[in-house]
Design a protein around this ligand. Structure first.
Ligand code: SF4
Length: 270
């Protein structure tokens, strides 16, 4: 067992549900989905974000991803060798009544798969949360671990695939298996959401397939592209704040500020 870098509590890697990890929504009794049909069943019956977060955080439906996330958690990157790794699916993070929904891709192996919170503990998250802080959408500019005091202001960040995939590349079958978790999450929050920001082309496609949105003409993804959705909602395209995009200058902090400034305004977040 190793000590959590902030709380000092000892944990196995991966973390057992209900053992005290900061923000762990599950308990030892939380139902575990072991195949695609069970994901559909549990997600479809979830009546609250709390229930959905708990069940998705213990899911074991994709054998390849379960093996990978747990192997990464046990082996660890050398720079984090003294830390426990979450090593489980990463549930959505933020408000349960968000006006702004941010859709990513999947957890990073040594980022969210280590810390247990979306975009927390990696370079992409450093860029994203700094931008969200500049836009007044979170209370602090850094996101280091799940006990660092970060709070969301009417935003929620979700991943269409909740386990870290090898090479950041989930298979089409894994994307399909995981999709009921996001569909169910969307149905639980969509009445509040005014704006969706899609981080990258895959997130854009996923957003356009959400329940109640699927069926509209599908505009092509681009940074800064705005798509009008049913019920007056809007979808904004934004390049993913990956290390590669930021390093090459394809995406700059100023471009992120433009997107999240517009998103905040359009979502009516004061
Ligand atoms: S990717 Fe999704 S469906 Fe597959 S094991 Fe992880 S949480 Fe479950």
């Amino acid at each position: 067992m190793l000590a959590h870098p902030r709380t000092g509590q000892l944990f196995d890697s991966p973390v057992e549900p209900g053992t005290g990890w900061p923000g762990d929504p599950a308990t030892a009794q939380t139902a575990v989905a072991r195949d695609a049909a069970q994901v559909s069943g549990l997600a479809g019956r979830a009546v609250s974000i709390a229930e959905l977060d708990a069940q998705s955080s213990v899911c074991r439906a994709c054998p390849r991803l379960v093996t990978w996330r747990e192997e990464v958690a046990e082996v660890k990157r050398r720079s984090f060798a003294d830390q426990p790794y979450w090593g489980r699916p990463v549930p959505g993070w933020g408000s349960e009544q968000p006006r702004l929904l941010i859709v990513g891709l999947a957890p990073a192996a040594n980022g969210a798969n280590r810390t247990g919170r979306m975009f927390t503990g990696d370079r992409s998250g450093d860029q994203l949360y700094a931008a969200l802080h500049r836009a007044g959408l979170v209370n602090q500019p850094t996101s280091v671990d799940a006990a660092d005091g970060l709070r969301a202001k009417k935003i929620r960040i979700v991943a269409p695939v909740r386990c870290a995939p090898p090479g950041n590349a989930p298979t089409p079958a894994e994307r399909t298996t995981c999709s009921p978790w996001l569909d169910a999450e969307w149905l639980l929050v969509s009445e509040h959401v005014r704006v969706i920001v899609a981080l990258g082309g895959f997130a854009w496609q996923v957003a356009l397939r959400l329940p109640g949105i699927a069926g509209i003409p599908k505009p092509r993804f681009g940074h800064g592209v705005v798509a009008e959705l049913p019920s007056g909602k809007r979808l904004l395209g934004c390049y993913h704040p990956s290390q590669q995009n930021m390093f090459t200058g394809r995406l700059t902090p100023a471009m992120l500020d433009d997107v999240f400034g517009a998103a905040r305004k359009q979502a009516g977040i004061r």
